[in-house]
Every structure is written in C-alpha cells, then in structure tokens.
Design a protein around this ligand. Structure first.
Ligand SMILES: [Zn+2]
Length: 245
C-alpha cells in the first residue's frame, strides 16, 4: 500500500534513531496508534522545527511505509501546549497520560473518544499546570475516563459479582468493580468517598474533576489499576508515584 495520507495525532513518545532521525510513537484521531520516522529532524535546520516532540498535537502528512513505520513528509502544529511544556508538573501529568495511552491502546483502530480525551486533558493541563488537573486527582480522573473509552470501565452501580445494590464497601479488580461483603474475596476496602468520586468523575466533564482526599484518590487509582490489570492485562505505574515530587 504505497501513497501518502493525512492524519491528526498527538506525539506520545520519541526515540532517537541514527544520526539525525527520530522515531515517533503517535496516537492519531483516524488510525489509532501509528509509528513514524522523521528524517533529518535532529539537524539544526530541519524543516520540521521543534514540533516533533512529545505532547505536540499535529496535523501530519505521512508516507505509507512497507511495514509499521511510516515517514513524516509534512507536519503542522495544531497545539504545542507551551505552558504545559514549561512546567515540570505539567510534563509529568502529560507524560503519565501519554504513557497510559501507550500501554492501553496499541491497536490501529480509531478510538475518537480516547483521542478527544487526550487532547482535552493536555489542553486543561496547559491552562493550569499548577492546578489539581495536573495532580493526582486529575491523573486518576484521566485514567478512569480512558478506561471507559477503552471499554474497561469498572462496575460501580451494584456488586460486580452478585448485583446487590447495598453495602458496596470493597473493590475487586478481578470482579471488575465494587463488591458487597458476601462477595468480597480478593478485594480491598473501598470508601464511600472513593466510590462517589469515581461515579461523579465518570459523569462530569474533566474540567469539573471533583474534590477528593488523598486517601480516597489513591483508593480510586488502585481500583482502576487493578481493573485494567485483570481485564485489559495492562499494568500502569502507580499514579501517586508519577504525581510525587
Ligand atoms: Zn455481592
């Protein structure tokens, strides 16, 4: 399949390649995950300027490669998120979001909700890199919404083993959601605050991420992590480690 195609994408990660080239891991709006090589990008006078860097949102023209690696022939900046990039806290939050996409969505099928979520999160962190959106609560909210977009949202409305609707005081990653005392084997204690946070966060825009205590947001982060481990077979780094320092 020769030829060129246009796509919009966020740069998730870059790897140096040979003298002057760079390999890009991209998450695209139209084709999901893509890999591309940018030739001569590390020369001082590269026509791509500095835009083929992590977190840039780009309008790309790619030349279809024989294997999985396409070649970048043109790149325009849709958004460079300059304020995010100038903040260590913003870079950590954006890196965590891009890392979660890398691990969870590795296929070439489009997932527009996931793409929109990533762009929205980067824009919100760019608006306020010192705010809660770039902290632990924002990172956990992003992961929760990403789990939903990827088809792995935890069950929160009733016991995920027996369907009971009361006393949902534990969470089981193996069961994929909250559980009642009868079904709590292999679960961990789950507070009402953590439960309410997850329900509210799933039902509201990311800009309205609810207030939450550190203990409860850690619990919510663990619940999402264990759900993805059991059901998507993906292990994400603990969000409190990414958010620390
Ligand atoms: Zn039960």
């Amino acid at each position: 399949m020769a030829g060129t195609f246009k796509t919009e994408a966020v740069v998730l990660r870059t790897i140096r390649y040979s003298e002057a080239d760079r390999i890009l891991h991209l998450y695209s709006r139209e084709h999901g995950r893509l890999g591309a090589i940018a030739k001569g990008v590390r020369k001082p006078k590269s026509r791509f300027g500095g835009r083929l860097e992590p977190f840039f949102r780009l309008a790309l023209v790619l030349h279809r490669g024989r294997g999985d690696l396409h070649t970048v022939t043109a790149a325009e900046t849709v958004d460079g998120y300059a304020d995010l990039r100038s903040s260590a806290r913003g870079i950590r939050a954006a890196g965590d979001a891009c890392g979660s996409i890398l691990r969870l969505l590795d296929g070439s099928e489009a997932n527009q909700p996931a793409y929109n979520l990533l762009c929205r999160y980067l824009a919100l962190v760019d608006e306020d890199p010192a705010g809660p959106i770039a902290g632990l609560a924002g990172m956990v909210t992003f992961r929760l919404k990403l789990a939903l977009a990827a088809g792995f949202a935890p069950e929160l409305s009733g016991c995920s083993r027996c369907g009971a609707s009361d006393h949902l005081t534990a969470f089981s990653g193996a069961a994929g959601g909250v559980v009642c005392p009868t079904c709590e084997a292999n679960s961990f204690p789950f507070s009402g605050e953590a439960h309410e946070f997850m329900v509210t966060a799933l039902g509201s825009p990311m800009s309205e991420s609810p207030e939450i205590s550190t203990a409860a947001v850690r619990m919510a982060g663990r619940a999402i992590g264990e759900t993805l481990e059991h059901h998507a077979h993906v292990r994400l780094p603990r969000p409190e480690e990414a958010a620390a320092a």
